[in-house]
Design a protein around this ligand. Structure first.
Ligand code: B12
Length: 211
């Protein structure tokens, strides 16, 4: 098994070569899906170090961009280990990053894990307006809507999105999950969602109980 503390540190230090070396060794050891999920979590914790260094003024926006690319490449490597899903037979999830927010790494991880668990995910992308979510729900008739956002301001966008779903008469037939660095139980109650999570693997389990 990989040294997750070391992986978290190397992601935080943006040490690309060491991150890939650790991941390659891990993949070569033929790990289980559960082990791979723990490794995804360690990568996510490494991003917290990146965020903290950005706040301290030690990292700049260029470092955030590089961190984003590093994590995306890491998750791509781990994807085959997370499972291949059941061809979408557990129902549809409409997923997107809410208006004003362009962060999508966490959304993409949730998407990969939900697909691996047998959901069909319709990903409408980043910076999506409430109207875009309403349109996607009308067209795809999902059981679940997933709203992603890491900026503090994304909480208000999530609230507006759920209000738009209500106004369109679509809310009652759906479960709405919110995720991303900005969410917590208070935010969940404020926006009127059914569930929240900052951990994609746990979130997928909850979605499984909804269908
Ligand atoms: C990488 C990054 C970027 C990259 C994003 C690249 C990309 N393609 O996404 C770039 C460089 C583009 C970027 C831009 C900006 N960023 Co930025 N960024 C980050 C950073 C370092 C990591 C975010 C991340 O990917 N985390 C890792 C993922 C895996 O975690 P996650 O999103 O929480 O996802 C997990 C769960 O939450 C869950 N999940 C996610 N989505 C969903 C959805 C559902 C439905 C469910 C159930 C679960 C779920 O599953 C995931 C896996 O477990 C954070 C720091 C941090 N600590 O978060 C700052 C951070 C989010 N950024 C920040 C800022 C300020 C910005 C900028 C405004 C910077 C600027 N001055 O331009 C812009 C914003 C532009 C915009 N309008 O959105 C601030 C936000 C402050 C705030 N409170 O609002 C942070 C916190 C940095 C900081 N400490 O100041 N950023």
């Amino acid at each position: 098994m990989i040294d997750t503390a070391k992986l978290k540190q190397t992601v935080g230090e943006l040490d690309e070569d060491s991150v890939h070396e650790l991941l390659d060794q891990f993949i070569a050891s033929k790990p289980s899906g559960d082990d791979a999920r723990k490794v995804v979590e360690a990568c996510q914790q490494g991003m917290e170090i990146v965020g903290a260094n950005f706040e301290k003024g030690e990292y700049f926006v260029g470092d955030l961009i590089f961190a984003g690319e590093l994590l995306t490449a890491s998750i791509e490597k781990l994807k085959p280990l997370l499972g291949s899903g059941g061809g979408g037979n557990r129902g549809v999830i409409v997923l997107g990053t809410v208006e004003g927010d362009i962060h999508d790494i966490g959304k993409n991880i949730f998407k990969g894990m939900a697909e691996a668990a047998g959901f069909k995910v319709v990903d409408i992308g980043i910076d999506q307006t409430p109207a875009a979510f309403v349109k996607a729900v009308r067209e795809n008739k999902p059981k679940i809507v997933g709203l992603s956002g890491v900026l503090t301001l994304s909480i208000d966008s999530m609230k507006r999105t759920i209000e738009a779903l209500k106004e369109a008469g679509l809310r009652d037939a759906l479960k709405v999950a919110i995720g991303g660095n900005a969410v917590n139980p208070e935010a969940c109650a404020y926006v009127g969602a059914d569930g929240w999570s900052r951990n994609a693997a746990e979130a997928v389990k909850v979605c499984g109980t909804w269908v």
